[in-house]
Design a protein. Sequence first.
Length: 166
Amino acid sequence: MLTATTELAIRALLLLGLSREGKPIPPRRLAETLACSPTYLSKTLGHLVRSGVLRSVRGARGGVMIARDPNLITLLEIVEDCQGTILGDYCQGIRADEVAMSCRYHRVMAELHGQIVRTLSDCTLAELLACPAPVLRGRRSQGLGCRMDFSGIEALASSKNRTLGR
């Protein structure tokens, strides 16, 4: 359902949100930590800069940083920034005003579309930052196959939680 670009964007936002530097982080450094192509990551971050989720800072000490309060950035916004608007057009070539009664498939898909949009709208970046990695029996566990996992996430998450008093 989510593209690789969207998942990379979320991982980058987690890294930026968990970083306590409070200053821009260069995309090349983000790419090293996330073990991805710097070119691909730069294109991915570009989507988030254009939408205002990230702020880009030029210069020798430049990079990217989260531009807004993570409580105000929804998962839907991130997904649509990277993938485009989530559409619910399941019966092709039929305008809504022409339909007296839609087919059962269309009604089920419209309901599914509504649930996806609601679920993504209800989750914020702040919530993802609160629990960025899986927890096993009271400890964070790296290497479980979680798509959000990256090298160093455990240390960043635990230091962030200590700072927040968790």
